[in-house]
Write a protein that binds this ligand. Sequence first.
Ligand SMILES: NC(=O)c1ccc[n+]([C@@H]2O[C@H](COP(=O)([O-])OP(=O)(O)OC[C@H]3O[C@@H](n4cnc5c(N)ncnc54)[C@H](OP(=O)(O)O)[C@@H]3O)[C@@H](O)[C@H]2O)c1
Length: 276
Amino acid sequence: MGKGKNVTSDTVAPTGRAPIARAILITGATGGIGAELAYHYAAPGRTLVLWGRNPQRLADIAARSTTRGAKVFTRQIDLRDGDAALAAFEEDDAAHALDLVILGAGLSDIQGPDDMTEDPGKVLGLALVNYATPIALATAAARGMIKRGGGQIALIGSVAGSYELPFAASYSSSKSGLAFFAKAAGLSWRQHGVFVTLIAPGFVDTPMSQRLEGPRPFLVSAKGAARRIARAIARKQRDYTFPWPFKVLEVLVRLVPGRLRERILLKLAVGQKDRA
Ligand SMILES: NC(=O)c1ccc[n+]([C@@H]2O[C@H](COP(=O)([O-])OP(=O)(O)OC[C@H]3O[C@@H](n4cnc5c(N)ncnc54)[C@H](OP(=O)(O)O)[C@@H]3O)[C@@H](O)[C@H]2O)c1
């Protein structure tokens, strides 16, 4: 477990009206979307707690966020270790009284064309990073927020969570599970002042989608994605799918008979560049 690290010594006093979210934790802050979210929220009066694995990216993103006036703490952590993540969260929550937690870390994998199944080891890692650890962290966050009178949690899912993708069974099911969790937990916690937002992006131009072979329709920039995500959080939306054609597709696909849907899904050919 990495220790929380303060990368700035000067606390910037809030000016004027208190910001809606004072202390924000972002997992996957070293990723394309996470970094842009950090820059979006970086402002005087805000504390950002940034989690990631890549130490250089963490330091760079923290430095840039600090220049925008935020007080920034970083934590290098691997979310495959759920117990360590929970312990780290308790530490950060006790130190900063987090009022917005964005769980954005994630990994994707696509079955190779010659493989009959995904790699079981990778499936386990993906399930931990995309589903098990985020739902445990969300629950820990909700506990603290309920005690303090409220807060917000955003989980970054995917439009892939709406489809049983045969070439990415672990990814699509992890995001589907996350969506179901967001719905169920959101229903429960809302009564106690904690609002959950499930974000379901289509293709966003980050290292994750850059590895895909083939077209990335309706591609959104990471900066554009961060802006949309922050807007959905500010509006306390229960779920938010973007860009909008994917929402339309989701509705249309429901009208397709099951057998035909399966045939279409089996015909989808998606590849991935590096298969590390
Ligand atoms: N890009 C898209 O088209 C797209 C579409 C739909 C949904 N999403 C979702 O959006 C979220 C952000 O993805 P992105 O596009 O920004 O991808 P990205 O640039 O590849 O970033 C992934 C982030 O997850 C972190 N991460 C991965 N494995 C981890 C682990 N074991 N422990 C801790 N952190 C780990 C990475 O940390 P390090 O780099 O430091 O290892 C990085 O910060 C993900 O949940 C993804 O599923 C993305």
